[in-house]
Design a protein around this ligand. Structure first.
Ligand SMILES: [Zn+2]
Length: 96
């Protein structure tokens, strides 16, 4: 058996371990609404690309951006009362 033969097993094992950790983590629950499982999105490639673009640029419907364009009074997360940025929602916030 060579490396090429065991690569699929290594991938499967790593992916499984990562998915267990992903599901167990209580942070980033809003991100999990968009991506409920790792790499198994039901979104089209175009829709997924659009979401990723908006998350990367911060130009999305989160309060921080809505405040910058005058559509939210303070831009803060309703639960944590800190700026509701993509980083906050995907990495810190426990709401949803
Ligand atoms: Zn929050």
């Amino acid at each position: 058996m060579n490396f090429t033969d065991i690569l699929p097993y290594l991938y499967q094992h790593s992916f499984h371990a990562w998915e267990i950790q992903y599901q167990a983590d209580t942070r980033g629950n809003a991100y999990k609404v968009i991506f409920p499982a790792l790499l198994r999105s039901c979104l089209s490639t175009h829709a997924l690309s659009a979401i990723i673009f908006h998350l990367c640029t911060g130009h999305c419907h989160l309060n921080h951006h809505m405040s910058r364009i005058g559509l939210h009074p303070d831009g803060l997360c309703d639960r944590c009362e800190v700026p509701e940025t993509v980083e906050h929602v995907t990495e810190v916030c426990t709401r949803v």
